[in-house]
Write a protein that binds this ligand. Structure first.
Ligand SMILES: C[S@@+](CC[C@H](N)C(=O)[O-])C[C@H]1O[C@@H](n2cnc3c(N)ncnc32)[C@H](O)[C@@H]1O
Length: 202
């Protein structure tokens, strides 16, 4: 149901999830088309074999990722709110939507792959601090487990503020884009092995 009705129901699902847990939803509206396109554009540029989205919410970003045509057994979508999980399963029957917490991301069984893009909409700056720390730890463990892995994370903070510090040695943040046509404006960051910078790829 990648159409207007899906988006309308998404707005309702988003509002209900926000009422249940505003700090975990962490936004006042689903991601705009411009933000979703900025994220999908970066995914398309890199062309990962495995695509994993975490904190998918209503599926605004999921829709742009699904439009890239990832094979169903290579496209995983994780969400913690049960109402949003039901919505995502209806809207994206070809994706592997899992009801799970990002703090356990490193334990997720994934098919072997030569590269991974982890796309996160997790509200790391507004969720309970301990949960945020555990999400970051699990995401970093996953990035170090899979070869050629990267993380795309967007934030609503000032555009020079990185999503989180204390990176494992050899990793760096790169600012992909600030999307002003989003409520509020958002900055997309890519966490990548530092070797990509020294080899002059970026
Ligand atoms: C900013 S909202 C999602 C925005 C999404 N891109 C959209 O447009 O709808 C953040 C999402 O992360 C989910 N979330 C928060 N904590 C989580 C956790 N520990 N594990 C998985 N999902 C989580 C929330 O339920 C919420 O749906």
């Amino acid at each position: 149901m990648a159409d207007g009705r899906g988006q309308g129901l998404g707005g309702l699902a988003f509002a209900l999830a926000w009422v249940r847990n505003p700090r975990r939803v962490g936004a006042i509206a689903p991601a705009s088309k411009a933000l979703a396109q900025a994220i999908a554009g970066e995914v398309a540029r890199v062309g990962p074999e495995l695509l994993l989205e975490v904190g998918a919410g209503t599926g605004a970003v999921t829709q742009a990722l699904a439009a890239l045509g990832p094979p169903p057994d290579r496209f995983f979508v994780i969400e913690r709110d049960p109402g949003l999980v039901r919505h995502l399963r209806e809207r994206f029957p070809s994706a592997e939507v899992q009801h799970a917490c990002a703090t356990r991301l490193d334990l997720l069984p994934l098919p072997p792959a030569a590269s991974l893009m982890l796309v996160s909409s997790l509200p790391l700056m507004s969720m309970p601090r301990d949960e945020g720390r555990r999400c970051v730890k699990a995401m970093l463990a996953l990035l170090e487990r899979v070869p050629n892995a990267r993380l795309l994370q967007y934030t609503y903070a000032a555009r020079h503020v990185r999503p989180f510090d204390q990176l494992p040695p050899g990793w760096r943040w790169r600012r992909v884009k600030t999307v002003w046509a989003n409520l509020p404006p958002a900055t997309v960051w890519s966490l990548e092995p530092a070797a990509h910078f020294t080899q002059g790829i970026h």
